[in-house]
Design a protein around this ligand. Sequence first.
Ligand code: PLP
Ligand code: TYF
Length: 400
Amino acid sequence: FWSAVPQGPPDPILGVTDAFKRDTAPNKVNLGVGAYRDENGKPYVLESVLKAEDILHQKRLDKEYLPITGANDFITLASELAYGKDSNPLQEGRVAVAQSISGTGALRIATGFLSQFYNGPKVLYLPDPTWGNHVPLAEGVGLKVQRYRYFDKKTVGLDFNGMKEDIKNAESGSVILLHACAQNPTGIDPTQEQWKELSELIKAKKHLALFDMAYQGFASGDIIKDAFAARYFVEQGHQIILCQSFAKNLGLYAERAGTFSMVTSSPDEKERVLSQIKRVIRPLYSSPPVHGAQLVATILGTPELYEQWLGEVKKMADRIISMRDQLYNLLIELKTPGEWGHIKSQIGMFSFTGISPEQVQALADHAHIYMTKDGRISMAGLNEHNIKYFAESLSKAVKG
Ligand code: PLP
Ligand code: TYF
């Protein structure tokens, strides 16, 4: 049956973890996948999550199927976290929300819904570069992918003029995917002033803004600040689509907790949209898993746990920021050729170092340091034990 099936390429990001695992060197470093690591390079389970686990355990809850759109307390609390409790469309009951299989699943509901129901151009505009999975998420359901300029190689910063020009030139009513904060892979976000301009422009062109919010809290350590862009667009009357993930900010990677939501124009429209969202979800997986959603709802709905969680998000974000400072200082001390200010100014889980694919390969071959081919490093993979080794190796690779 399957003799003609060709070998597929490894995933550009998860393939890095495989290569790292195969390496037997004791000093190997994995800066590939975007998953938080503690001071000792170990995966980190938040204290607030452990406490929520205890609470849930004692409740002896059943394992009944959830509704197609998930657990009601979870979707309510999760959307309040993203939009803000006093957000108009939430208050007015015109946001259609469904629990999703984390951020990826939310994006898949989004593309599925768009391909079936969107009357505008069936094109998804993605930043260049973006998270690799965005492309098959769109193309897999027949949406065309276009790019808007985002990264400026020369400044290792945002190509804001290019971005605006491409969004302006896109056919009216196009779907524009925006990273809500902590852009993956570049770690470069528009400023609040720039977001305001983008909102104007996207509104003037009647585009549909789709926010991918995978890092709320991870960028600045402050969940409100990190929600600025999405909330501002909503305040300005954009009927946004929002894909929310709890993988990073709650460290719930494998629990697959997230939401898909759409701001609609009325409660009646919301009901109709929701009825179709259910029909998108049903053949994909019928209904979502329960445990992660219960953890999130317990934390967001218990004031002490919520406060503790805010502190823990800040702690993770701050550790990453401190690694940025240290890495920058080391690279300067080592007289590494080039300008490295971007390491400090970039935001969130990743730093886009700007090194070449050859230098990336050299670091893997000679120093057992693994990162994605585009030179992106997961800052959380760095810690007091390996940062000096990494800076020295990077410096050496750049000097050639
Ligand atoms: N979107 C972006 C930009 C991401 O970086 C990620 C994860 O790395 C996701 C979405 C989805 O992740 P998950 O499905 O684990 O929530
Ligand atoms: O590092 C990144 O950019 C992501 C991480 O199921 C990731 O690709 C890994 C596994 C997964 C979702 C996201």
